[in-house]
Design a protein around this ligand. Structure first.
Ligand SMILES: *Cc1c(COP(=O)(O)O)cnc(C)c1O
Length: 358
């Protein structure tokens, strides 16, 4: 059985070493020392000045929306995980979908302005598969129309744009450290901003709005994370260079052994420190994709339709996104995780080529 992904687990002894400290201190959550240490280590690793570690990547987006007091319509991408859209809806705003650029699978900046109305308050875009959005174009549009920008960077850990962390773009960027992501803390996430006032507000919101025991700064939510999760993050961070190296090798291998397969790939040319977090292939037809998925499943290999369906098909909004619909119908993410072997990759390639050449 080959799953589409398998969480990275470090040697158990490395995690155990952190548990000893937790038992000694008897401090399990509420902004403990390991949470602080993880935040410091992440700032250093990513080269950012500010971040807040959160319970997951979804609450990170919701805290960002809340902290900027966004209302009305938020322009977003239909090609993402459902959490991008659901966060908008849960914060009482209306998602307005703008179609994607077929080359990168990210929101197409050329189509954003036509979707702006007097009700638009922000743009929420996802760096799909870790491929950076056109952050400069989006920034220009946002400035011109006085809109806020949030980037859902759940896939983009470690990626840089123009020498800077991708998380330094937008008013707020978010990340997910869920077990299936390239860097994980079991559950977890983060918000990033370079604006001190916004950072302060999000810090209050992460902890119910508490300002000390008896005062409240607004009404927040429980967006905290625990010492146990932070410990997993600290251990995994030390393995990240090896994880990224292996991902790159595996992606190169796939490209090589799939060279006879008539599929296309999202464009990763020229990305600085790309993280190879997923391996999506886009078939020429939905039928061929479904046949391939089934052939893999018959060999107990699970490939996933990331992302399907296109979120514009959810009930919440109008919006006509034919490119997103087409790519969502034809895309398949192949298994990719640290312990996936060359032999397994070759088996996957053989099955896919057999389907095509039948
Ligand atoms: C994983 C993911 C999220 C949600 O992150 P969680 O930590 O699972 O809440 C949000 N957006 C995208 C694009 C994701 O892939």
């Amino acid at each position: 059985m080959i799953p589409v992904t398998k969480p990275f687990l470090p040697p158990q002894s490395e995690y155990q070493a952190y548990l000893d400290g937790i038992w000694e201190r008897n401090w399990l959550t509420n902004n403990g020392p390991l949470v602080n240490e993880l935040e410091l280590s992440l700032k250093e690793y990513l080269g950012v000045n500010h971040l807040l570690y959160t319970g997951n990547g979804t609450i990170a987006i919701q805290i960002a929306i809340k902290a900027m007091e966004l209302t009305g319509e938020i322009i977003t991408t239909p090609f993402s995980y459902v959490a991008t859209t659901s966060s908008i809806v849960w914060e009482g705003c209306k998602p307005v979908f703008v179609d994607i650029d077929p080359a990168t699978c990210n929101i197409d900046p050329n189509k954003i302005e036509a979707a702006i109305t007097p009700q638009t308050s922000a743009i929420l875009a996802t760096h799909v598969y870790g491929i950076p959005c056109d952050v400069e174009a989006i920034d220009r549009i946002a400035k011109k129309h006085k809109l806020k920008v949030i980037y859902d960077g759940a896939h983009a850990f470690g990626v840089k744009v123009k020498g800077r962390s991708i998380f330094s773009y937008g008013d707020v960027s978010t990340c997910s450290f869920h077990s299936t992501k390239i860097f994980h803390t079991i559950e977890g996430g983060a918000v990033f901003t370079t604006q001190p006032e916004l950072l302060k507000k999000m810090a209050y919101f992460r902890n119910f709005g508490h300002d000390g025991y008896e005062n409240f700064n607004g009404v927040g939510i429980n967006g905290k994370n625990s010492e146990f999760h932070a410990a997993m993050g600290l251990v995994n961070l030390s393995h990240l260079p090896a994880i990224l190296q292996r991902r790159k090798e595996q992606s190169d291998t796939y490209r090589q052994i799939l060279s006879g397969l008539r599929v296309t790939y999202p464009d990763i040319q020229g990305i600085e420190t790309y993280n190879h977090s997923y391996f999506p292939i886009i078939f020429s037809s939905e039928e061929l994709m479904l046949q391939s998925k089934k052939a893999l499943a018959d060999h107990e290999i699970s490939a996933r339709r990331y992302f399907y369906p296109s979120l514009s098909t959810l009930n919440y909004t109008e919006g006509d996104c034919p490119i997103s619909d087409q790519i969502a119908a034809r895309v398949l993410c192949l298994p990719l995780y640290h312990t996936l072997s060359d032999v397994e990759q070759k088996m996957i390639a053989r099955i896919l080529l057999r389907v095509q050449n039948n």
